[in-house]
Ligand binder design. Structure first.
Ligand SMILES: NC(=O)c1ccc[n+]([C@@H]2O[C@H](COP(=O)([O-])OP(=O)(O)OC[C@H]3O[C@@H](n4cnc5c(N)ncnc54)[C@H](O)[C@@H]3O)[C@@H](O)[C@H]2O)c1
Length: 342
């Protein structure tokens, strides 16, 4: 008889727990979702159901497979959700979101619709169909606000948030708690930090790393919107996927909020210099106006809880992660040029 799964389980054992099962990924064509799809397919999942309205992603980002049922549309669409849940998923990874801070400042109602009502509808369907596990992608850069002491621990949550996105990512956690506490829905709140890696197409509302790579490839100076000394806890998407897979099957994760991060601080100016050096961009950096909402000077997550409950271990150092990301850009040059949304 095989040993029960626990934090000590290897990645292979965790992957095997998904074999011959069914998973639904909302937002599955996005950066994290597409990487999660690859991992689940490699692990032998029998059926993947992906809902994505392609508002921030491209179909080509999804792995081609006859085990993927792609449902194009919004999580706000009840009939689409009913079709997705008719596959009887064992696991739901709820990643679809209106992304991210600046976008939400410009479009607060759309943010509330997708991140608030959309999350509520996904949770309602999960409860109605008796899903075995829901993993909600929360945001560590949102829920802790800008005043929390470092490293950021799970028990500190701020009510002083700076953008509609930060508010609605916290709202998603509150709904998750409600469904867990009132209906015993097995939900895990994974708090992700500054995820980067293959699969994130650059664009106006996207994260700093894909945009820096894109501009550096064009020989443009990289804009620093602050002093450059601000730090972020950049986390490679492969490590995030490994953490999410653990959240999906380990009993110890149920009902918990768990940081998934690298636990390492990197200065934005150092990031810019590394990207320029990697690409050979002679244009350097330029200083740009700080965004009003961007008051987080330093970010570094505590990952002891993830280590303890999940056996989570980030494995990709920043330099390797940047190289993998750049390789993805080089291999998808044409698609990225056609899809970048500025
Ligand atoms: N990338 C990060 O740094 C980070 C950090 C913390 C939390 N998160 C969370 O992780 C999740 C995934 O992030 P990501 O980086 O892959 O972002 P992403 O934008 O690449 O992925 C989100 C996906 O959701 C889709 N989507 C948006 N609105 C939708 C709707 N109404 N219906 C269906 N699909 C919709 C988009 O097209 C996109 O493919 C999000 O919930 C995000 O809030 C991300």
């Amino acid at each position: 008889m095989s040993e029960p799964l626990g934090p000590q389980s290897t990645d292979t054992q965790i992957g095997e727990a998904y074999r011959n099962r069914v998973a639904l990924i909302t937002g599955g064509a996005g950066c994290i979702g597409s990487n999660l799809c690859h991992a689940l397919l490699e692990g032998g999942i029998s059926q993947l159901v992906v809902i994505d309205d392609l508002s921030a992603a491209e179909r080509w980002n999804l792995p081609p497979s006859d085990r993927v049922a792609f449902l194009e549309g919004s999580i706000l669409d009840r009939s689409l959700l009913t079709r997705a849940f008719a596959f009887r998923p064992d696991f739901v990874f709820h990643l679809a979101a209106f992304f991210a801070n600046q976008n939400s400042v410009e479009h607060p109602e759309a943010d509330l619709q997708v991140n608030g009502l959309g999350t509520l509808r996904v949770l309602e369907q999960a409860r109605a169909t008796g899903v075995g596990r829901v993993v909600y992608a929360s945001s560590g850069c949102s829920v802790y606000g800008s005043q929390a002491p470092l490293p950021l621990h799970e028990e500190f949550v701020s009510l002083h948030l700076n953008t509609p996105y930060q508010i609605t990512k916290l709202l998603g956690e509150l709904y998750s708690n409600f469904f867990h506490n009132s209906y015993s829905l097995p939900v895990v709140r994974a708090r992700l930090f500054n995820v980067y890696g293959p699969g994130e197409i650059p664009g106006r509302y996207r994260n700093v790393i894909p945009n820096f790579i894109y501009w550096a490839q064009q020989g443009q100076p990289l804009p620093i919107t602050g002093t450059g000394k601000e730090t972020r806890d950049f986390t490679y998407v492969g490590d995030i996927v490994s953490g999410l897979l653990r959240c999906g099957v380990l009993p110890s994760a149920v009902g918990e909020a768990i940081n998934l991060a690298s636990g390492v601080e990197t200065k934005v100016i150092d990031l810019a210099q590394q990207v320029n050096a990697l690409i050979g961009n002679p244009a350097g950096i330029r200083h740009a106006e700080r965004r009003r909402w961007d008051t987080h000077s330093r970010r570094r997550a505590a990952i002891d809880k993830a280590r303890m409950l999940l056996g989570y271990q980030p494995r990709t150092d920043f330099a390797s992660g940047l190289r993998h990301t750049l390789a993805w850009f080089q291999n998808h040059r044409k698609e990225i040029a056609a899809s970048a949304r500025f």
